[in-house]
Ligand binder design. Structure first.
Ligand SMILES: N[C@@H](CCC(=O)N[C@@H](CS)C(=O)NCC(=O)O)C(=O)O
Length: 206
């Protein structure tokens, strides 16, 4: 059976759990990382030299980097779901996954630390203000993507919706001022209808 190593309150682990739910893939999950530690043990480092979660193991094949795992699961088990076969349509999906890593996370990551999970020195007004501004800009840009679309890249949900949806949940859950972004909100409401999203992502800011 597919195995996921990683604590269930990690956004990057949640991507994999939600994708498994979308694909109807049974999995086992073991707690690693955060308060559970174990990520510096040689056995874990042999699987992921970065010492980060998630790691996925499928029939002896170990893989790290959450967005890569998403693409692997969709290619291997999706049968056309979550990742388009057409090269250009696929590239359009993948660019949003790269954008999540390169633009959205450097914004909302520090904001999440400053408001929820950070060390005391990370929870200062000086840390909150620029992170909030940067995060607002990123979600405003994303809002502009949804004109005439149900999901990030069209009518069908893809792995881009999974990579972005996790952090959109956090944005709506954080105690912060937000501009009104109707298209983004309508998309987010669609995500909340998915059983896998509700089970693995809408779990509070823990
Ligand atoms: N780019 C990596 C980032 C992985 C990452 O930063 N994981 C965090 C949790 S979201 C982690 O392992 N933190 C250390 C820990 O949990 O001990 C991915 O997408 O998989």
């Amino acid at each position: 059976m597919l195995k996921v190593l990683g604590r269930k309150n990690s956004g990057n682990v949640q991507k994999i759990l939600w994708a498994c739910a979308e694909l109807g893939l049974p999995f086992e999950r073991d707690d690693y990382g955060g308060a559970f530690g174990k990520v510096n043990e040689p056995a874990f480092r042999a699987l992921n030299p970065n010492g980060l979660v998630p790691v996925m193991i499928e029939d002896g094949f170990a893989l790290w980097e959450s967005n890569t795992i998403l693409r692997y699961l969709a290619s291997r088990f999706g049968d056309g779901r979550l990742l388009p076969a057409d090269a250009r349509a696929r590239a359009n999906v993948e660019r949003w996954m790269d954008w999540q890593l390169s633009a959205l996370n450097p914004a909302i990551g520090p904001l999440f630390l400053a408001l929820v999970r950070g060390r005391p020195e990370e929870k200062t007004p000086d840390a909150i203000k620029p992170a909030l501004e940067r995060t607002t800009r990123a979600f405003t840009l994303l809002d502009g993507q949804f004109a005439g679309k149900r999901f990030v890249e069209g009518e069908e949900m893809t792995v881009a919706d999974i990579a972005l949806g996790i952090f959109t949940y956090r944005w709506f859950a954080l105690p912060i001022p937000r501009p009104t972004l109707p298209a983004l909100t309508a998309w987010y409401d669609r995500l909340t209808e998915r059983a896998g999203f509700r089970e693995h992502v809408m779990v509070g800011l823990i």
